[in-house]
Design a protein around this ligand. Structure first.
Ligand code: 0O2
Length: 214
């Protein structure tokens, strides 16, 4: 579905397209707010501890087509109001770390910020999905200060290692494949890769810890 078709499905007319623009502005502001806080933390670590818990940060605003697809899949009405009421991942920030320890350290630093509200936390590292997916997911509400009022805007934060991210990008390409024999075999191979990369993450962390104590 192209962007214009998705917008028309969701909004119908020009006036409501304005509401979509306002929504995008708000969620984009929330993403920038979270990114700035993360960059400040990462910089602090490099100054005080000569280390960087964050390898890099990706962020995205969910596309209109993807919003419509998700609302339809979940059986919710397709509108701007419905998207705001039901979807917590319109704003998404992905933090890629070197080590598993960094993931939890960062999650703690984020959730301790007094003006951020933790809405939900899912730990797919402690409890990986059956396909092998691993990542720590937080949904937080961040205040966005507008000219006349403040809005608390949900942002989904996914925190994972480089290895977890590498795996998830490849697996993402398989998500919409049918269950042909070839796809089933690829899924099995990917599951094995997930197990191997989990072992790699653990061993790399042990080595890094040993290096620090020398
Ligand atoms: P996109 O394009 O990445 O945004 P929700 O429907 O969000 O309320 P759900 O589905 O239980 O609840 O959310 P969950 O489990 O926190 O996962 C949401 C996001 O995590 C997905 O977003 C993916 O980005 C990622 N994710 C979850 N499971 C998998 C997986 O098995 N493989 C990969 N590669 N990514 C996964 P979207 O909306 O599906 O897609």
């Amino acid at each position: 579905m192209d962007t214009q078709t998705a917008l028309t499905r969701m909004t119908g007319d020009y006036e409501i397209q304005q509401a979509f623009l306002e929504m995008s502005h708000l969620y984009d502001a929330a993403i920038r707010e979270i990114r700035t806080r993360l960059e400040i933390l990462d910089r602090e670590f490099s100054i005080y501890y000569a280390s960087n818990p964050i390898h890099h940060i990706d962020s995205r605003l969910k596309s209109p087509a993807s919003i419509v697809e998700k609302l339809e899949r979940k059986g919710w009405p397709v509108s701007v109001e419905s998207a705001e009421a039901h979807l917590q991942d319109i704003a998404g920030v992905r933090i890629i770390c070197n080590y598993i320890d960094d993931i939890y350290r960062l999650a703690g630093m984020i959730t301790r910020q007094p003006d951020l509200e933790l809405v939900r936390q899912k730990d797919y590292i402690e409890n990986p999905k059956p396909n092998g997916y691993r990542s720590l997911h937080l949904v937080v509400r961040v205040p966005v200060y507008l000219s006349s009022h403040t809005e608390l805007v949900p942002v989904e934060i996914q925190i994972r290692t480089i290895a977890m991210d590498f795996w998830a990008s490849l697996e993402h390409q398989l998500r919409y494949k049918n269950d042909s024999e070839a796809a089933v075999s690829l899924k099995k191979r990917l599951k094995r890769c997930a197990d191997q990369s989990a072992a790699l993450d653990l061993e790399m962390q042990r080595i890094a810890a040993a290096l620090k104590t020398r």
